[in-house]
Design a protein around this ligand. Structure first.
Ligand code: SER
Length: 320
């Protein structure tokens, strides 16, 4: 029987992942770990939640003991642009919290899921069709913490046998909880602005290609990797996964197919642009496909249809 703790459960990915895990493993078996923001709605009502600030090892230990936790999805994180504005906090949340999770996992025999990112690459990485195993010299604090996290997870598996597994996520596009302070957030905000105002000011320049994925695929990827046959996993951690690659122009044109009078203008944010320029244009995710059967369900066309439908409905019900 799996007893699961999700840290960062009110965040962009955590909020949807926690509900999916509850559907799969039973509501009472999935604890939503929160920090300051209280859960609301279904997340609050459907199962247990506890304060777990992952930078405090005692809080993780207490919850793991109380609920006999044997799997930790460590989603608590600080996104790239925010971490760049406060690199000390970026290190604390990105590395010290993961170290605490791994130490508790070692002591109490838990499996750990760790989300790395396209941010683990840097300007000297081959940026087109970026291989699974390649140069990783990121120039952001976010990237430094992600590479450190990948290495720590490998180390805890090899040295202590902790069942660590992880993905390098691209930008994640979703319609339940907004991301905050990421470089890829524009690809979420554009849909909300298109529906609400038919106009979007893009912080990244034309021609900035980045990998992206729709939330249902991001959630399936995490759960499928944690369920995968370990004997088939050559990499275990830091699998490249992607579903599509586009620049702002391509995304705006896809939206215009449904909202013809949508207008996008550019006002480049230098911090975000600098970060985006150092990240891959498109990743090679064949290791994930071969080792545990990764296959995304959504492409740009089907994702856009669904995003506009869901956000359109929220808008017409006055919920935005
Ligand atoms: N979505 C993240 C960010 O932009 C990248 O992993 O920070």
């Amino acid at each position: 029987m799996k007893h699961i703790l999700v840290t960062g459960s009110v965040g962009q990915i955590g909020s949807e992942l926690t509900l999916e895990l509850r559907k799969k493993y039973g509501n009472e078996n999935v604890v939503a770990g929160i920090r300051k923001t209280q859960p609301t709605g279904e997340l609050k009502d459907s199962g247990p939640y506890e304060v777990v600030d992952a930078t405090d090892i005692t809080q993780i230990t207490n919850v793991v003991k109380k609920y006999n936790i044997n799997v930790i999805y460590h989603l608590a994180a600080m996104l790239s642009a925010i971490a760049e504005n406060n690199p000390q906090a970026g290190w604390n949340v990105g590395v010290n919290a993961l170290y605490n999770v791994l130490e508790v996992a070692r002591e109490f025999n838990c499996a750990v899921f760790f989300p790395s990112s396209i941010g683990a690459f840097g300007p000297t990485t081959p940026l087109d069709n970026t291989p699974q195993d390649t140069i990783q010299r990121p120039t952001t604090m976010y990237g430094v913490t992600k590479v450190t996290g990948e290495l720590l997870c490998d180390y805890y598996f090899k040295r202590f046998g902790v069942d660590t597994r992880g993905l390098r996520y691209p930008g994640i596009i979703s319609n339940v909880t907004l991301p905050g302070g990421g470089t890829t957030d524009y690809a979420v905000e554009i849909y909300y602005e298109a529906v609400k105002n038919k106009r979007f000011t893009c912080p990244l320049a034309k021609g900035t290609f980045l990998d992206m994925m729709y939330m249902p695929d991001a959630i399936n990827a995490a759960i499928n990797l944690m369920e995968a046959d370990p004997s088939k996993l050559i990499h275990r951690n830091a699998f490249n996964v992607t579903a599509m690659s586009f620049d702002p122009e391509i995304l705006a044109n896809e939206i215009k197919k449904h909202i013809p009078d949508f207008i996008m203008v550019y006002e480049v944010d230098q911090t975000k642009q600098g970060i985006a320029d150092s990240w891959p244009n498109s990743m090679d995710d064949s290791a994930a496909r071969e080792e545990w059967g990764w296959e995304p369900q959504y492409n740009l066309t089907t994702m856009t249809l669904d995003m506009l439908k869901v956000i359109g409905e929220k808008h017409s019900r006055g919920l935005l």
